[in-house]
Design a protein around this ligand. Structure first.
Ligand SMILES: [Zn+2]
Length: 102
């Protein structure tokens, strides 16, 4: 999607947008998924990719924001900080290395 590409400032940020935070589970009752990199204007809760990660993300942070509609709930929004995205990228890179070794 061009809008997603345009919102990423670096190659690394494009990699962040390739992460699937739903692990392939996006589907039942969920629709209109959009995601992009933003600079936050106000503080948000960062949910990371692990429930233990949750913390406040200060205004002015680069973050990935995912929005989607959940049936019966309406619009859902999740923010993830660069630190969390970077940790996930490292995990993915590690998996790739593992695959290459096998
Ligand atoms: Zn975070």
């Amino acid at each position: 999607m061009t809008t997603n590409e345009e919102s990423a400032r670096t190659e690394r940020e494009k990699d962040y947008l390739s992460i699937d935070p739903f692990d392939g589970d996006f589907g039942d009752g969920m629709s209109c998924h959009t995601y992009r990199m933003v600079t936050t204007r106000t503080a948000h809760l960062c949910v990371g990719l692990d429930p233990d990660h949750a913390h406040e993300l200060p205004a002015g942070s680069r973050a990935r924001v995912d929005r989607w509609i959940e049936e019966g709930e309406g619009w859902m929004t999740q923010y993830r900080c660069v630190e969390a995205l970077e940790a996930d990228m490292k995990e993915l890179d590690g998996e790739k290395e593992q695959d290459a070794l096998q």
